[in-house]
Design a protein around this ligand. Structure first.
Ligand SMILES: Cc1ncc(COP(=O)(O)O)c(C=O)c1O
Length: 455
């Protein structure tokens, strides 16, 4: 097979058929597939015909996928892929650019422009520079690398070159996302290296007085603070102005994980719950969540690009570049990189700030509708007022006789919705996170009907 016009037509016809079937069936299929595996196939020795390959996908793969691209997949924090981003993502594969360094195409320039647009979208100063990552986890890993490099700088240690065995650093956080803890481990700082700051009552946001005390008591040569905007369960925001002031006073590095919470900035502007984020040393954003571009697409931003570069750059004659400004291989984990900025570029170009804001508003309204219904129901208990796009609830045990886990399993088995668990104030609960552009008000009605029927 080669890229002759005939082959291209065959590929596009097959793609059209897969695309149409998948999308026309999306609202009807079970949100979570009931089949998780198919009989194991031996490695083909001679390969198979393309039509047979396509048939195999149609028969065995596509029917057993989840409807995570549809309107009622409310587990984790899951975005759908909007149509324009999907188109752009096809082109990413068609173009197959390696956005490692400039010098051979316009792709690095587009990535730079898209990063600048994201700063404009979220009203962040242009002193924030960064890189597209595979997701928020990879962005948090870059945050750990950069913070570690900063601590090393303070202590005369080049951590990237010489390792961190002599590094003396304390890390403080109230409710870091699991991916941040994972990143601390991967960065060699240790998953258990962070000290917990007390949370405010009925909230996952940090008690800033406790942070003040912890920084004052810290005997370490360097300090790192990891703040949340917002937490994945309670959607709570740390008081970033107060946290940033403390970090400044103690020369501590401030990283803010704003994977999806940054979108509050489109609703409430710079004075909303993210006020102060512009003072952070680094920020994590996630585009495959609420910006609704296909996986895999996160962003790491920092006001200290030099430290990011010190963390990630390595000299190699074959990688030498004239234009270090756009040498993304020196600012991230991978050397060879997908043109993952392109679906974001297309999304921003097509929908504009207003279009994206409308979609965020819609999800927030829908989450509130669901929360109101739960709050009024005698069969379910709303665990916390819904303040953004996540609804936390549990069954009323007396009426339903079900634990949260049992209730969630039944709801997921109905095929009408997919929810994931959480823990609130030590108690098992159910989370519904709405961040998909495709979610309609009818989807909310359907899930409410499913909740009623279960009761
Ligand atoms: C606050 C926060 N940070 C990081 C992540 C990790 O994101 P990803 O799965 O895209 O790596 C998530 C995912 O839900 C999140 O909510």
């Amino acid at each position: 097979m080669n890229y002759s016009p005939e082959t291209n037509q065959r590929l596009i016809a097959a793609l059209t058929q897969q695309f149409d079937t998948f999308h026309s069936d999306l609202a009807n299929r079970d949100v979570a597939s009931k089949k998780m595996a198919i009989p194991y196939e031996k490695l083909p020795v001679k390969g198979i015909d393309f039509d047979r390959l396509n048939e195999y996908i149609s028969e065995n793969i596509q029917p057993n996928l989840s409807a995570s691209n549809g309107g009622r997949y409310w587990g984790f924090v899951t975005g759908g892929a909007n149509p324009v981003a999907t188109f752009a993502d096809w082109l990413v594969t068609t173009f197959n650019q390696n956005v490692s360094k400039g010098g051979d195409s316009i792709a690095s320039f587009i990535e730079q422009q898209t990063l600048t647009w994201l700063c404009e979208l979220f009203e962040l100063p242009t002193s924030f520079k960064g890189i597209f990552t595979t997701g928020a986890t990879a962005a948090n890993l870059l945050a750990a690398f950069t913070a570690r490099q900063y601590a090393g700088d303070q202590q005369g240690i080049d951590v990237a070159k010489n390792g961190l065995k002599d590094l003396d650093v304390s890390i403080f956080s109230a409710t870091p996302h699991a991916s941040m803890i994972k990143s601390l481990g991967m960065a060699g700082l240790g998953q258990n290296s962070w000290q917990k700051i007390t949370c405010k009552i009925n909230s996952e946001a940090m008690d800033v007085n406790d942070l003040a005390q912890a920084l004052l008591n810290s005997k370490s040569k360097s300090n790192i603070v990891i703040a949340s905007a917002a937490t994945v369960t309670g959607t709570d925001y740390d008081d970033l102005v107060a946290v940033a002031q403390l970090c400044k006073k103690h020369n501590a590095w401030l990283h803010v994980d704003a994977a999806f919470g940054i979108f509050d900035r489109l609703l409430a502007g710079k004075q909303g719950k993210t006020r102060g984020i512009e003072l952070a040393d680094s920020i994590t954003l996630d585009c495959h969540k609420w910006l609704n571009v296909p996986y895999d697409c996160g962003v790491f931003l920092t006001q200290h690009q030099r430290l990011l570069k010190d963390s990630c750059h390595v000299d190699a004659p074959y990688l030498a570049s004239d234009n270090q400004d756009v040498a993304f291989l020196s600012l991230g984990i991978e050397n060879s990189r997908r043109f993952r900025a392109f679906p974001v570029w297309a999304t921003l170009m097509f929908y504009g700030k207003e279009g994206i804001k409308d979609q965020i508003n819609r999800n927030v309204d829908q989450a509130k509708q669901l929360a109101e219904w739960i709050d009024e129901s005698t069969d379910y208990i709303l665990v916390k007022p819904c303040e953004l796009n996540v609804v936390l609830f549990k069954p009323n045990q007396e009426n339903l006789g079900l634990t949260s886990q049992e209730c969630m399993d039944k709801l997921n088995k109905s095929g009408q919705v997919f929810l994931t668990p959480g823990s609130w104030q030590g108690e098992a609960i159910i989370r519904a996170a709405l961040s998909n552009w495709a979610t309609t008000d009818d989807d909310i009605k359907l899930v409410i009907k499913t909740l009623s029927e279960l009761a």
